[in-house]
Design a protein around this ligand. Structure first.
Ligand SMILES: Nc1ncnc2c1ncn2[C@@H]1O[C@H](COP(=O)(O)OP(=O)(O)O)[C@@H](O)[C@H]1O
Ligand SMILES: [Mg+2]
Length: 336
């Protein structure tokens, strides 16, 4: 299988008056075609920053300071001045014009909040036609609207509703519209940031199921960002766990749930309710994640870790092979 995305030592910093916060700290990971990677971790650990960095959309005062974002382009992209040849390209080396061609068409990003991403003055159909015309000025309005109708239909929204405006839709419907817009240009990679966080659990379950069906239909590779590990149990092939900007564990979903290796992953899973085990006691993780500006030396999790050893206070653990077929960054497994 080809890796559609391969991230090497990606580091993103926000420079503020208080100092520099490393929101993404030397993250490396590979993503195979047609798989869904779940990206999880507590709020503020850098998930959105990592997702946006892949699209080169980190907003001021943040910037990518190090690393490579290698993306596999299947077919040559022809354009007047900024053609891109197929093969592996480091997105950091592309011009802003080249990135603009890739965004939406090769890599699409569904933002966390659908209400602020939709323009209240434009109908849903206008959103679709503007997006499609931006990438293909030749496309007829009718053709764009027909495509919009088909996408809405597969997301359980009647195609006639292309003429309606965002405020005429419920929260769940708006999120479906966002997913439809994300898929409109048939991207290879879809990054979806907390797509169901603001919705009730029934609508959440429906939308996740629709996304799984669309993933098959569109041959998509997905990154699904969420602070809710429960959401990933059914939808992700692999899960990456982030803690204060660092990747601490990555593994296939089923084994990660069965036998989590990193103490932070264990703690996160202990806080997920399990309907099949009502007797399970829910626990929470004592303490709070460290301040990113004044982060502790050694392993970032050591102040909260029940298994802390001397080495953890001094040395940053590197990400190494774990016995469950993934990778883990913890001194417990490297003999300290
Ligand atoms: N606009 C910003 N200005 C300064 N710091 C920011 C900004 N956005 C994010 N950060 C920093 O980056 C960290 C990670 O943020 P984010 O990527 O949004 O996390 P998540 O999506 O996991 O909740 C935050 O804890 C914060 O310290
Ligand atoms: Mg976020």
């Amino acid at each position: 299988m080809t890796d559609i995305l391969s991230i090497r030592d990606l580091t993103v910093e926000y420079t503020t008056r208080r100092g520099t916060a490393r929101a993404v700290d030397t993250v490396s990971l590979n993503l195979e075609e047609n798989r869904t990677l779940g990206l999880a971790g507590e709020s503020g650990c850098g998930k959105s920053t990592l997702g946006r960095a892949i699209m080169r959309l980190v907003s001021y005062p943040g910037r990518i300071v190090e690393g490579e974002i290698i993306f596999n382009i299947e077919e040559d992209i022809q354009a007047e001045k900024h053609s891109i040849n197929r093969g592996d390209v480091d997105l950091r080396e592309l011009s802003e014009d080249q990135m603009r061609m890739l965004r939406g068409k090769e890599i699409a990003y569904i933002f966390q909040d659908p209400m602020t991403s939709l323009n209240p003055m434009l109908s849903i159909g206008d959103h679709f036609t503007q997006l499609m015309k931006a990438h293909d000025p030749e496309i007829e309005k009718e053709a764009a609207l027909e495509r919009a109708g088909e996408l809405l239909d597969s997301l359980g929204i009647s195609p006639e509703r292309v003429k309606d405006y965002p405020h005429q839709f419920s929260g769940g419907m708006r999120q479906r519209v966002m997913i439809g817009l994300g898929l409109a240009l048939r991207p290879k990679l879809l990054i979806s940031d907390e797509p169901t966080t603001s919705l009730d659990v029934i609508v959440e379950a429906q939308i996740l199921e629709e996304m799984a069906e669309l993933k098959e239909e569109f041959n998509l590779t997905m990154i699904l960002i969420t602070h809710n590990l429960g959401v990933l149990a059914q939808t992700a092939d692999d899960i990456a766990i982030m803690y204060t900007g660092r990747l601490v564990e990555i593994a296939p979903t089923d084994v990660l749930f069965e036998d989590p290796q990193h103490p932070y992953t264990q703690a996160l899973l202990d806080s997920v309710p399990d309907v099949t085990k009502p007797e399970k006691k829910l626990s929470w993780i004592p303490g709070a994640p460290p301040d990113l500006v004044e982060s502790p030396p050694g392993c970032m999790f050591h102040p909260r870790c029940p298994f802390v050893m001397d080495v953890c206070r001094e040395v940053v653990p590197s990400l190494s092979e774990s016995k469950i077929g993934g990778k883990v960054a913890c001194h417990l497994y490297t003999g300290g």
